[in-house]
Unconditional design. Sequence first.
Lengths: 329, 310
Amino acid sequence: MIELAPNRKQGLPLANPLMAASGAIGFGGEAADLVALERFGALVTAPISLRPRHGSAPSRLAPTPGGMLLQTGEQNPGWRRVAEQHGGAWARSRTPIIAHIIGHTSLGELARRAEATRGIAGLEFDLEGPESLTLLAALRRATELPILVRLPYHGAALAVRAAEAGADALVCIAPPRGMTTLEGGQKVPSLQHRRADDSGVRHRRADDVSPSAGGLVEGSLFGPLVRALAMQTLRETLDALAAVVREAGEFVPEAEPPTASAQYAEQAANRAGRVIDGVPVIACGGVHSAEDVEALLAAGASAVMVDSLAWVAPRALNALLARDYGQSK
Amino acid sequence: MKHISCTVAATAAAFGARRIVTLSAPDLPRMRAGQLVLARVNDTLDPYLPAAYFPLPAGATPQVLRAAVHAAGVGVPAGATPQVLRAAVHAAGVGVPARTGELALLVEADDPLGRSDAVGETLELIAPVGNGFALDPATRRLLLVAAAARLAPLIALAHEASQKQIAVSLLVHSADVRHGAQDDADLAAWLSEMLPLDVEYQVAAELSAVLPGLVGWADQLCAAGDAELYALLKGSAGLEGRMRAVGGRPHGSRTTARDTGSVLPAGFAQVIVAPLMACGFGACQGCAVETARGMRLACVDGPVFDLGEL
């Protein structure tokens, strides 16, 4: 059994280190005909906001060599509709369901609704930068549910602060941004970099691309190459967490007898060490084979999330789910 | 929707450089015209996105016709054309048997499935994806309009409609495959092989002259093309005339005017919109289509949409 929230009373135990990343299986039941959902250690839902979001205008998908760019604008019908449509499946699921929540001022309300929903075992939240730490801290105050915090590529510098702000586990990484050139005639004018805001307003960037002449478009990058980026951030994150724990253990007051400020610093270091010691780190991105899973577990991941493989080759995903990876850490 | 493993059983020339690929797919579920399959050749992830195909009716291929004639014990000359074979099958009253476990795909010239050495290749399919065309029970005259490169679902629909004794007229826009008059002739010859005998068809490089009359004739319209074709359909003078004639409520159905400002009656004109797809089951949300009722996903809500809502 893998514990993803060791510092939380109810915990978040997983029977299998393979998890479905946010959106890989939709909100829960969409892939049930094709993917052996019950074999996952946990399922993370597609992003859910408090109010409906219309998402990005079409077209949303662009192929790249060995992968694809996707820009959905986090389309979803809002918590109430999602819970109406999928709440029954969540309640029946023997696999823990983790709700990926999005928004700013609405995160607390989303957390309260998630707590009141049967089957929801935890939350996932994207930490987009230092400015998101206050949102995370507020979310932590609003809920006792375990919180998984997804870091951006090269986001290891945020790892310690995220753990201090209340993350029970860290996820490396959110899909990185990518850009591709369209061939003339491909009509993909609205892949975009801005997310829909809380009001669900869509942002078009049709002026970025001339559909007839081709142009540059950007979106979230998926494909096997992302694994290398995920592994790098995973290692950096593990190193950053380990450094804090090590420093806390090695703390020596500068003065004898200790001054008040030195005592405070020692207490803070010890507290940080306790909080951060044992925070699980989950690898996410580019996983397409059993070798990928094993490599990420060997690199220190407590669990591994699968994303676009569920879309483009669900049968290959079932083969991954049929394997025994043992119990990491 | 399910996984299906299948094998390339045969490839044959279609029209232009396009080819028909016949797949042996024993577990294939019944598919409706307008539904599609997502296919991945072998186990490679290159290309990363699966390829989408609208199947042809397996019973429409010349090979199937020959088998049906043979099974019926009908004597036909060796080397008989598909038209002769189809007429023989029709005259014998045996019909073309439904070929379960087979799938025929119309593929582009550069599609790896169309290679002569593709026979024996294995594919993984997800099928059926999406919802097909819905023929109104009251329909007696069906107009099909297709870009030549996107013909396959309408050939399948022509077979479905023919079996229901619906008069069918197929108009093919050849501009996207046309290099000269010979291309139109090739396409017409191929259509004569693929379509039921009672389906009328014409190939035209320019639709605006023939469309109004046909739209006015039909009491349902189904199309497979691009945004330009659909704009042409929406603006068709024949459609406006028809609307005036029936008071805007054919089949007694509601109109979509309230939602879209269009006068198209709901269900009258159904068109295929199939953007790139990654998953086919609604998880990735990559195949969004903007409609008057909000954003819809082609893989679960389409790929057949009401033209009045686009």
